[in-house]
Design a protein around this ligand. Structure first.
Ligand SMILES: *Cc1c(COP(=O)(O)O)cnc(C)c1O
Length: 355
């Protein structure tokens, strides 16, 4: 506390990210990073960009990167907005599109950054409870002159909904912007991006992606949003009132090469999905109940062992997972899918703890 703080600072409830421990040799399964490195082409592009040209400002519009994203997804360049991680993209979305007459809606269990942005920008929100199987019930989302946001698949549940439901939801909410946060879409969920293609792009749908998860570039900080050009233009106005250069030269070059290496993405995601299904099965043999997951993490509980206690015991044995205090999921652990070796280690340690 300082008496020099602007009054708003005291009222904030900052987001607490999963820890990035400095200790070596930990099995780190807590923040949904990829266990495989980025595309080698991305690493090479970053190295090639490491020249004396770093004295120059980067392209403020990241035009080459936007063009590559547009090409990959069958969109026009004016439908693409890029930022310093999708968290920054989301922050700009909240300010540019969600400060409306009516509140915004999101699930009671979801990405915990959403209420943080609401506090920061003074945005009213209402949470809609997930169903008994932790599913998003799209029928409950209807709000004129407000906004709607959720991840698909949802985090930290991993449960996804098909594109047809998004399309229906969009039709029922013509007077609010619908934002689908597709941070984990590459692990087996239908993207909503095809709804944005062609001459009649809906005017109220934005889809947000990150390069931090499936493209294994969390350390580079790149995310993007795609949608109607008029929504994108609003985001550009906020961005250019905040930081004209959110992406450095290295980030632009690395992200461009990663976006172009679709084969590497598909290979590594297929491997993660295979490991996920094997892990769910092996955990079930140990008595764990796991929600079906379309993400690179699972939400799982053991009927005889409290979530917090398991979390602590794993930690003492060098395995870091995530535990949430939200009462509806406090019995659960969220475990990032790592390599097969990391899965084996996790299963071995869990077996020791349970015995
Ligand atoms: C990880 C994550 C993000 C943030 O990703 P960055 O691009 O690293 O900022 C956004 N939304 C959800 C649901 C996430 O899990």
């Amino acid at each position: 506390m300082s008496r020099f703080w602007s009054p708003v600072v005291e009222t904030l409830t900052p987001y607490v990210p999963g820890e990035q421990p400095q200790m070596q040799r930990l099995v780190k399964l807590n923040t949904n990073e990829s266990p495989y490195g980025p595309s080698p082409k991305a690493l090479a592009a970053i190295q090639n960009q490491t020249t004396e040209d770093l004295r120059l400002y980067p392209d403020p519009e990241s035009n080459l990167l936007k063009a590559a994203i547009a090409k990959l997804h069958g969109l026009n360049t004016n439908q693409v907005f890029v930022g310093n991680g999708s968290d920054e993209v989301l922050a700009h979305i909240f300010l540019a599109l969600f400060k409306q007459k009516a509140p915004i809606l999101f699930p009671d269990i979801t990405y915990s950054f959403y209420p943080v942005y609401c506090k920061l920008y003074g945005i009213e929100y209402q949470t809609i409870p997930l169903g008994p199987q932790f599913e998003i019930n799209t029928a409950s989302y209807q709000i004129p002159n407000g906004g709607i946001i959720f991840p698909n698949p949802n985090a930290p549940t991993g449960r996804s909904i098909p594109r047809i439901e998004i399309e229906t939801l969009l039709g029922k909410n013509r007077d609010s912007v619908l934002v689908i946060d597709e941070a984990y879409v590459d692990y087996g969920t239908e993207s909503s991006i095809p709804l944005l293609r062609g001459p009649i792009c809906p005017e109220n749908l934005l889809v947000v992606h990150t390069l931090s998860k499936s493209r294994a570039l969390a350390g580079l900080r790149v995310g993007f949003a795609v949608g109607h050009p008029d929504l994108i233009a609003g985001l550009e106005r906020v961005k250019n009132s905040f930081n004209s250069y959110p992406l450095g030269q290295l980030a632009q070059a690395g992200a461009l090469a990663a976006i172009e290496d679709q084969a590497y993405l598909e290979r590594t995601c297929a491997k993660v999905m295979q490991t996920r299904e094997q892990l769910i099965k092996a955990l079930s043999d140990l008595g764990f109940e796991t929600l079906p997951s379309s993400a690179n993490f699972i939400l799982t509980r053991h009927p005889k062992s409290a979530g917090e206690k398991l979390y602590q015991e794993l930690r003492e044995r060098g395995i870091i997972v995530r535990h949430f205090k939200n009462p509806r999921i406090t019995e659960f652990l969220r475990i990032t899918i790592g390599t097969d070796e990391q899965s084996q280690k996790l299963l071995k340690v869990l077996q020791e703890i349970l015995n």
